[in-house]
Design a protein around this ligand. Structure first.
Ligand code: SF4
Ligand code: SF4
Length: 407
C-alpha cells in the first residue's frame, strides 16, 4: 500500500512504524472472513482492512472524526486478522498507534470518559476491586437477574505450597484474578510444586498495564510495565528462571514489554529481557510434561469431557495452539473438538463492558459451539474469557490448570 504520511507524524517513531505496517498491507481482504466484528456487523469499516484504511486516512490527513474512533473502538484486538493475513501485517501495533493518537484528538462524552476512567481506577487495583466484589456478593440477593448473571460466584482461596525447590519462577498474580478465582494461581503453584518448581510472587508487581494501555491511557500503561520490571528485576538477577503467566491476556502484554518500551533508554534492554523470560503457564507445564505424565494414573475411561476455549491472547497473540488440549489429553480428559475455535468469545478485556451488545452476541455464538457436544466442563486459559463465558452458561467454566491440579 502506498503511503504519504502527514508532517505531524511522518518522522516520529510512531510514524515510522505505522508507515512500515501500512505498506505491508496489500488490500487482499483475506482478513475479513475471520474478523468477528465484520461477521456480525457486515460493514467493511468494522473489518481489519477497513480500519487500516481509516487509520491511513487519518495519518495522511490529520483529520479524524468520532466515526473513525467508533470503528476502532469496536475492534476486539483479538488479532485473528494477524493469524490470517498472508502478508504478516502487524495490525495490533498499528491499532495501538492509531487509537493512542485519536484519543487525544476526539473528545469522549463525559459519561464515556467517566466510565473509562473508572475502569482504569478499579480493575488494576486488587484491593479496591476485591472490596467492590465483596460488596456485590453481599448485595446479590437484591440485584436484578441481568446483573446477577454478571457477578461470578464467590470462590474461596485454597492452599499454596511453601517455596521449597531450588528451581523457582516468578508468577504474576494479576489484578482481578486473585479476587474472582483465587484457586487458579494456587492450582498453578501446587502443580508446579509437584514437578519441582516453586512459584514466587514479587511483592511490588501488579497490573501488567494492559487495562490502561488498551483504554488509550498509554503512558499510564507504560508506567505499570516499568513498575513490574522494577519488581521482577532483582529476583531475575537472583536466579528466577522465568515469569509465569496464568492469564493469557496478561501474558501477551508482558511478552511485548520489549516492544512497548523500545524507545525508553532506561528500560528498553530490561523490558526485552523480561519479555524473553515470560512464559504462558502451558509452555512451562509442556516443558515438564514427561515428569508430570508419570504422575497420572491410567484410567479405563476419560475423567471428563472437556471443551477448550482457546483465548485470542493465547492462540493469536502468543501463537500457542494445541498445547493445553494436549496436556488435558495426557491427563486423561476427553477434549472434544469445537467449531469456529479461532473466533473471539467477546470478552476482550474491557470490551464486554464498553461494547455489551457485540460482546454478548459473540459470547452466545461461542457458547453454542462450545456446548454443541455436551461437555461436562468448559476449560480456558484467561480469567476474562472465563468469567464472560460463565455469565452465559450453567456448564462450569474453569481454568485448565484447575482440572490438571485435581487429577
Ligand atoms: S489480509 Fe493482511 S494484507 Fe490482506 S487486507 Fe487484511 S491486513 Fe491487508
Ligand atoms: S483484531 Fe479482531 S476484531 Fe479487530 S480487526 Fe482484527 S480480527 Fe477484527
Amino acid at each position: 500500500m502506498q503511503t504519504q504520511l502527514a508532517d505531524f507524524i511522518r518522522d516520529t517513531p510512531e510514524g515510522v512504524e505505522a508507515e512500515r505496517i501500512l505498506r505491508s498491507c496489500v488490500h487482499c481482504g483475506f482478513c475479513l472472513a475471520t474478523c468477528p466484528t465484520y461477521q456480525i456487523l457486515g460493514d467493511e469499516l468494522d473489518s481489519p482492512r477497513g480500519r487500516i484504511y481509516l487509520m491511513k486516512q487519518y495519518l495522511e490527513s490529520g483529520e479524524v472524526s468520532e466515526k473513525t474512533q467508533l470503528h476502532l473502538d469496536r475492534c476486539l484486538t483479538c488479532r485473528n486478522c494477524e493469524t490470517t493475513c498472508p502478508s504478516g501485517v502487524e495490525y495490533s501495533k498499528l491499532l495501538d498507534i492509531g487509537r493512542g493518537l485519536i484519543e487525544k484528538q476526539v473528545p469522549r462524552s463525559p459519561l464515556a470518559a467517566m466510565q473509562r476512567y473508572a475502569l482504569r481506577q478499579v480493575l488494576p487495583r486488587p484491593t479496591l476491586f476485591s472490596s467492590l466484589l465483596a460488596l456485590g456478593h453481599a448485595a446479590r440477593p437484591f440485584l436484578p437477574a441481568s446483573l446477577k448473571s454478571k457477578l461470578p460466584a464467590k470462590q474461596n482461596s485454597s492452599s499454596r505450597p511453601k517455596g521449597r525447590h531450588a528451581r523457582h519462577m516468578l508468577v504474576l498474580e494479576g489484578c482481578v484474578q486473585p479476587a474472582l478465582a483465587p484457586n487458579i494461581n494456587a492450582a498453578a503453584a501446587r502443580l508446579l510444586d509437584k514437578i519441582g518448581i516453586s512459584l514466587v510472587a514479587a511483592d511490588k508487581a501488579g497490573c501488567c498495564g494492559a487495562v490502561s494501555y488498551h483504554l488509550n491511557a498509554q503512558d499510564e500503561g507504560l508506567d505499570y510495565m516499568r513498575r513490574n520490571i522494577d519488581a521482577w528485576w532483582p529476583l531475575l538477577e537472583a536466579g528466577a528462571e522465568a515469569i509465569v503467566m496464568t492469564a493469557s491476556g496478561c501474558g501477551v502484554t508482558v511478552k511485548e514489554y520489549g516492544h512497548y518500551l523500545q524507545h525508553d533508554p532506561a528500560y528498553a534492554a530490561k523490558a526485552a529481557r523480561v519479555s524473553a523470560l515470560t512464559r504462558d503457564l502451558s509452555e512451562v507445564v509442556l516443558a515438564e510434561a514427561e515428569v508430570l505424565k508419570s504422575q497420572f494414573e491410567p484410567l479405563p475411561k476419560p475423567r471428563a469431557r472437556v471443551a477448550f476455549h482457546a483465548p485470542c491472547t493465547l492462540q493469536h497473540g502468543q501463537k500457542i495452539t494445541g498445547v493445553v488440549e494436549a496436556l488435558l489429553t495426557v491427563a486423561g480428559f476427553e477434549v472434544i473438538s469445537v467449531s469456529e475455535s479461532n473466533l473471539c468469545c467477546g470478552s476482550a478485556g474491557t470490551y464486554s463492558i464498553l461494547q455489551p451488545e457485540i460482546s454478548t452476541q459473540l459470547r452466545e455464538r461461542k457458547l453454542g459451539h462450545l456446548q454443541a457436544r455436551q461437555p461436562e466442563v468448559i476449560a480456558t486459559a484467561n480469567i476474562g474469557c472465563l468469567t464472560h463465558l460463565q455469565s452465559g452458561t450453567a456448564t462450569p467454566v474453569r481454568h485448565w490448570i484447575e482440572l490438571l491440579d485435581e487429577v
